[in-house]
Design a protein around this ligand. Structure first.
Ligand code: TMP
Length: 230
Protein backbone atom coordinates (compact mmCIF):
# COMPACT_ATOMS: atom_id res chain seq x y z
CA UNK A 1 0.00 0.00 0.00
CA UNK A 2 1.33 3.39 -1.04
CA UNK A 3 -1.25 5.66 0.58
CA UNK A 4 -4.55 5.57 2.44
CA UNK A 5 -6.89 8.52 2.04
CA UNK A 6 -10.32 9.20 3.50
CA UNK A 7 -12.22 7.31 0.80
CA UNK A 8 -9.62 5.22 -1.05
CA UNK A 9 -6.48 3.15 -0.63
CA UNK A 10 -3.78 3.22 -3.29
CA UNK A 11 -1.45 0.32 -4.05
CA UNK A 12 1.66 0.11 -6.22
CA UNK A 13 1.97 -2.54 -8.94
CA UNK A 14 4.90 -4.10 -10.81
CA UNK A 15 4.43 -1.40 -13.46
CA UNK A 16 5.85 1.90 -12.13
CA UNK A 17 3.33 3.78 -14.31
CA UNK A 18 0.28 1.98 -12.87
CA UNK A 19 -1.38 2.06 -9.45
CA UNK A 20 -4.43 0.28 -8.09
CA UNK A 21 -7.07 2.33 -6.27
CA UNK A 22 -9.40 0.57 -3.88
CA UNK A 23 -12.59 2.42 -2.96
CA UNK A 24 -13.74 2.22 0.67
CA UNK A 25 -17.22 2.51 2.19
CA UNK A 26 -15.81 5.07 4.65
CA UNK A 27 -17.31 8.54 4.42
CA UNK A 28 -16.07 11.76 5.97
CA UNK A 29 -17.25 15.33 5.85
CA UNK A 30 -16.07 18.72 7.08
CA UNK A 31 -12.40 17.87 6.56
CA UNK A 32 -12.67 14.55 8.36
CA UNK A 33 -14.52 15.89 11.42
CA UNK A 34 -17.60 13.78 10.69
CA UNK A 35 -16.99 10.08 10.06
CA UNK A 36 -19.26 7.26 8.98
CA UNK A 37 -19.87 4.37 6.66
CA UNK A 38 -22.04 4.29 3.57
CA UNK A 39 -22.59 0.61 2.87
CA UNK A 40 -21.89 -0.23 -0.78
CA UNK A 41 -20.47 3.23 -1.58
CA UNK A 42 -17.00 1.95 -2.53
CA UNK A 43 -18.30 -0.29 -5.29
CA UNK A 44 -20.80 2.31 -6.57
CA UNK A 45 -18.20 5.10 -6.69
CA UNK A 46 -15.63 2.85 -8.35
CA UNK A 47 -17.99 1.62 -11.05
CA UNK A 48 -19.65 5.01 -11.60
CA UNK A 49 -16.29 6.78 -11.92
CA UNK A 50 -15.07 4.31 -14.53
CA UNK A 51 -18.33 4.46 -16.45
CA UNK A 52 -18.24 8.27 -16.51
CA UNK A 53 -14.51 8.43 -17.28
CA UNK A 54 -15.06 6.23 -20.37
CA UNK A 55 -17.75 8.64 -21.60
CA UNK A 56 -15.42 11.59 -21.01
CA UNK A 57 -12.53 9.88 -22.83
CA UNK A 58 -14.83 9.46 -25.83
CA UNK A 59 -15.47 13.22 -25.77
CA UNK A 60 -11.78 14.14 -25.65
CA UNK A 61 -10.99 14.33 -21.93
CA UNK A 62 -7.89 12.23 -21.13
CA UNK A 63 -8.26 10.29 -17.85
CA UNK A 64 -6.16 8.08 -15.60
CA UNK A 65 -8.38 5.03 -16.19
CA UNK A 66 -6.52 1.87 -17.22
CA UNK A 67 -8.86 -1.00 -16.30
CA UNK A 68 -11.59 -1.85 -13.81
CA UNK A 69 -10.34 -4.90 -11.90
CA UNK A 70 -13.37 -5.71 -9.76
CA UNK A 71 -16.25 -3.99 -7.93
CA UNK A 72 -13.99 -1.89 -5.75
CA UNK A 73 -10.62 -1.81 -7.48
CA UNK A 74 -9.33 -0.11 -10.60
CA UNK A 75 -5.91 0.10 -12.26
CA UNK A 76 -5.04 3.73 -13.00
CA UNK A 77 -2.13 5.66 -14.47
CA UNK A 78 0.22 6.88 -11.77
CA UNK A 79 -0.02 10.66 -11.81
CA UNK A 80 1.33 13.46 -9.70
CA UNK A 81 -1.85 15.10 -8.43
CA UNK A 82 -2.06 18.84 -9.08
CA UNK A 83 -2.92 20.16 -5.58
CA UNK A 84 -6.05 21.99 -6.75
CA UNK A 85 -9.65 20.97 -6.18
CA UNK A 86 -11.45 22.18 -9.28
CA UNK A 87 -15.09 23.02 -8.58
CA UNK A 88 -17.67 23.78 -11.25
CA UNK A 89 -21.11 25.05 -10.30
CA UNK A 90 -24.25 25.35 -12.42
CA UNK A 91 -26.69 26.19 -9.60
CA UNK A 92 -26.22 27.81 -6.19
CA UNK A 93 -25.64 25.30 -3.38
CA UNK A 94 -23.35 24.42 -0.51
CA UNK A 95 -20.52 26.81 0.34
CA UNK A 96 -21.43 29.12 -2.56
CA UNK A 97 -25.01 29.59 -1.33
CA UNK A 98 -23.73 30.23 2.21
CA UNK A 99 -21.04 32.68 1.12
CA UNK A 100 -23.33 34.63 -1.22
CA UNK A 101 -26.36 34.57 1.09
CA UNK A 102 -28.46 32.79 -1.53
CA UNK A 103 -30.91 29.97 -1.31
CA UNK A 104 -29.87 26.72 -2.99
CA UNK A 105 -30.97 25.67 -6.45
CA UNK A 106 -30.82 29.01 -8.30
CA UNK A 107 -29.53 28.41 -11.82
CA UNK A 108 -26.58 30.58 -12.87
CA UNK A 109 -26.37 32.61 -16.09
CA UNK A 110 -23.23 30.59 -16.86
CA UNK A 111 -21.20 27.95 -15.01
CA UNK A 112 -18.58 29.05 -12.45
CA UNK A 113 -15.15 27.57 -11.88
CA UNK A 114 -13.17 27.88 -8.69
CA UNK A 115 -10.07 26.36 -7.16
CA UNK A 116 -9.32 25.19 -3.65
CA UNK A 117 -5.79 24.49 -2.53
CA UNK A 118 -5.71 20.77 -1.60
CA UNK A 119 -4.34 21.04 1.90
CA UNK A 120 -6.19 19.36 4.78
CA UNK A 121 -4.23 21.28 7.45
CA UNK A 122 -5.59 24.53 6.00
CA UNK A 123 -9.06 23.11 5.29
CA UNK A 124 -8.68 23.34 1.47
CA UNK A 125 -8.84 27.16 1.22
CA UNK A 126 -10.39 28.93 -1.76
CA UNK A 127 -7.69 30.32 -4.08
CA UNK A 128 -7.53 31.83 -7.55
CA UNK A 129 -5.21 31.12 -10.48
CA UNK A 130 -2.82 33.93 -9.45
CA UNK A 131 -2.31 32.26 -6.05
CA UNK A 132 -1.79 28.91 -7.81
CA UNK A 133 0.87 30.44 -10.08
CA UNK A 134 2.53 32.40 -7.27
CA UNK A 135 2.81 29.28 -5.10
CA UNK A 136 4.02 27.10 -8.01
CA UNK A 137 1.02 24.79 -7.60
CA UNK A 138 0.61 24.65 -11.40
CA UNK A 139 1.93 26.37 -14.50
CA UNK A 140 -0.09 28.75 -16.66
CA UNK A 141 -0.33 26.07 -19.37
CA UNK A 142 -1.53 23.51 -16.83
CA UNK A 143 -4.19 25.87 -15.47
CA UNK A 144 -5.37 26.54 -19.03
CA UNK A 145 -5.62 22.80 -19.75
CA UNK A 146 -7.39 22.16 -16.44
CA UNK A 147 -9.89 24.96 -17.10
CA UNK A 148 -10.60 23.76 -20.64
CA UNK A 149 -11.11 20.14 -19.55
CA UNK A 150 -13.19 21.10 -16.49
CA UNK A 151 -15.74 23.00 -18.60
CA UNK A 152 -15.78 20.16 -21.14
CA UNK A 153 -16.44 17.66 -18.32
CA UNK A 154 -19.32 19.91 -17.20
CA UNK A 155 -20.86 20.04 -20.68
CA UNK A 156 -20.66 16.27 -21.14
CA UNK A 157 -22.01 15.53 -17.65
CA UNK A 158 -24.89 18.03 -17.79
CA UNK A 159 -26.06 16.47 -21.03
CA UNK A 160 -25.64 12.91 -19.77
CA UNK A 161 -27.29 13.43 -16.35
CA UNK A 162 -30.14 15.20 -18.10
CA UNK A 163 -31.00 11.88 -19.78
CA UNK A 164 -31.22 10.34 -16.29
CA UNK A 165 -33.61 13.09 -15.10
CA UNK A 166 -30.87 14.54 -12.89
CA UNK A 167 -29.65 18.14 -12.57
CA UNK A 168 -25.89 18.48 -12.12
CA UNK A 169 -25.78 21.21 -9.46
CA UNK A 170 -22.01 21.25 -8.95
CA UNK A 171 -18.99 18.94 -8.70
CA UNK A 172 -15.33 18.73 -7.74
CA UNK A 173 -12.66 17.14 -9.90
CA UNK A 174 -8.90 16.69 -9.67
CA UNK A 175 -6.23 16.45 -12.31
CA UNK A 176 -2.79 14.84 -12.45
CA UNK A 177 0.43 15.14 -14.41
CA UNK A 178 1.29 12.10 -16.49
CA UNK A 179 4.43 12.26 -18.63
CA UNK A 180 4.00 16.02 -19.05
CA UNK A 181 0.27 15.88 -19.84
CA UNK A 182 -2.68 16.97 -17.70
CA UNK A 183 -5.21 14.16 -17.29
CA UNK A 184 -8.38 13.75 -15.22
CA UNK A 185 -7.76 11.72 -12.04
CA UNK A 186 -9.51 10.87 -8.76
CA UNK A 187 -13.26 10.19 -9.05
CA UNK A 188 -16.65 11.45 -10.21
CA UNK A 189 -19.33 10.06 -7.93
CA UNK A 190 -22.11 11.06 -5.52
CA UNK A 191 -19.25 11.86 -3.08
CA UNK A 192 -17.95 14.58 -5.38
CA UNK A 193 -21.06 15.86 -7.20
CA UNK A 194 -24.38 17.38 -6.17
CA UNK A 195 -27.04 15.49 -8.10
CA UNK A 196 -30.70 16.45 -7.73
CA UNK A 197 -33.72 14.75 -9.23
CA UNK A 198 -35.06 17.12 -11.88
CA UNK A 199 -38.71 16.83 -10.83
CA UNK A 200 -38.59 16.48 -7.05
CA UNK A 201 -35.21 18.21 -6.45
CA UNK A 202 -34.43 15.33 -4.10
CA UNK A 203 -30.72 15.23 -3.23
CA UNK A 204 -29.12 12.05 -4.55
CA UNK A 205 -25.58 12.61 -3.27
CA UNK A 206 -23.31 12.91 -0.24
CA UNK A 207 -25.21 15.93 1.11
CA UNK A 208 -27.58 13.33 2.59
CA UNK A 209 -24.66 12.17 4.76
CA UNK A 210 -23.17 15.64 5.37
CA UNK A 211 -26.55 17.02 6.51
CA UNK A 212 -28.00 13.92 8.23
CA UNK A 213 -30.91 13.76 5.79
CA UNK A 214 -31.24 9.95 5.99
CA UNK A 215 -31.61 7.62 3.03
CA UNK A 216 -27.91 7.89 2.22
CA UNK A 217 -27.43 4.37 0.83
CA UNK A 218 -30.71 4.61 -1.09
CA UNK A 219 -29.50 7.78 -2.83
CA UNK A 220 -26.24 6.16 -3.98
CA UNK A 221 -28.16 3.09 -5.14
CA UNK A 222 -30.66 5.24 -7.02
CA UNK A 223 -27.88 6.99 -8.94
CA UNK A 224 -26.28 3.64 -9.73
CA UNK A 225 -29.63 2.25 -10.90
CA UNK A 226 -30.27 5.24 -13.19
CA UNK A 227 -26.80 4.90 -14.72
CA UNK A 228 -27.83 1.41 -15.82
CA UNK A 229 -24.32 0.03 -15.43
CA UNK A 230 -24.29 -3.71 -16.17
P1 TMP B 1 -19.06 23.13 -1.61
O1 TMP B 1 -20.35 23.78 -2.02
O2 TMP B 1 -19.08 22.54 -0.23
O3 TMP B 1 -17.88 24.02 -1.83
O4 TMP B 1 -18.86 21.85 -2.59
C1 TMP B 1 -18.81 22.00 -3.98
C2 TMP B 1 -18.76 20.62 -4.63
O5 TMP B 1 -17.54 19.97 -4.32
C3 TMP B 1 -19.87 19.67 -4.20
O6 TMP B 1 -20.34 18.96 -5.36
C4 TMP B 1 -19.21 18.71 -3.25
C5 TMP B 1 -17.79 18.69 -3.73
N1 TMP B 1 -16.83 18.54 -2.65
C6 TMP B 1 -15.92 17.50 -2.66
O7 TMP B 1 -15.95 16.66 -3.56
N2 TMP B 1 -15.01 17.41 -1.65
C7 TMP B 1 -14.95 18.31 -0.64
O8 TMP B 1 -14.10 18.18 0.24
C8 TMP B 1 -15.88 19.41 -0.65
C9 TMP B 1 -15.86 20.42 0.45
C10 TMP B 1 -16.79 19.49 -1.67
Amino acid sequence: MLYEGKAKKVYTTEDPDVLIVSYKDDATAFNGLKKGTIVGKGAINNRMTNFVFKKLEAKGVPTHLVEELNDRETAVKKVEIVPLEVIIRNYSAGSFAKKMGMEEGIMFACPTLEFSYKNDDLGDPFINDYYALALNLATKEEIEAITKYAFLVNEVLIEYFDTLNIDLIDFKIEFGRYHGQIILADEISPDTCRLWDKDTHEKLDKDRFRRDLGGVEDAYEEIFRRLGIQ
